[in-house]
Design a protein around this ligand. Structure first.
Ligand SMILES: [Zn+2]
Length: 153
């Protein structure tokens, strides 16, 4: 999915990377004549690219960014105490990821934009991708919680 560039950095080899709003890094090498991104070589050029969207396949793959930390979790919900809002399409804010952790039973997890409709259980947790609409639905008796993740301060 398309994610705007929010900053720049380097990987361990010194190759330039763009940081996207989701928290994922993406290589933006300038390696002529194969890859031409002369803008990445100057501060001014990089600044001019802030906000430009790149396609993030790691988001499409439900990949929680490396190094993100848990900062909050919900109480344990059951099929009776689940907030109505979780059963309708809703989403987290920019840069906020979450894990849906099932303690007992089964929960249906739907993410229409990513073509996903799966059953979560003790053995299968759900990853919530920032800003992407999703919903859950208890499949009988269930106990689960949601743990939120963001970039470390
Ligand atoms: Zn991403």
């Amino acid at each position: 999915m398309q994610r705007p560039i929010t900053g720049f950095g380097h990987d361990e080899q010194g190759d330039p990377i763009a940081i996207l709003s989701c928290g994922h890094p993406q290589h933006v090498r300038h390696n002529p004549p194969f890859i031409n991104r002369p803008w990445v070589t100057t501060e001014q050029g990089r600044s001019s690219m802030l906000g430009t969207a790149l396609n993030c396949v790691r988001c499409d793959g439900f990949e929680l960014p490396d190094g993100f930390v848990s900062y909050k979790q919900t109480p344990v919900f059951t099929e009776e105490t689940i907030p109505a809002g979780l059963k309708k399409d809703h989403s987290t804010k920019t840069g906020v990821w979450a894990k849906i952790i099932v303690i007992q039973g089964r929960l249906r997890y739907r993410v229409a934009a990513l073509g996903t409709d799966m059953e979560l259980s003790q053995d299968k947790l759900g990853i919530v991708v920032p800003e992407v609409l999703h919903s859950v639905e208890p499949l009988g008796m269930v106990r689960f919680l949601v743990e939120f993740y963001k970039k470390p301060d």
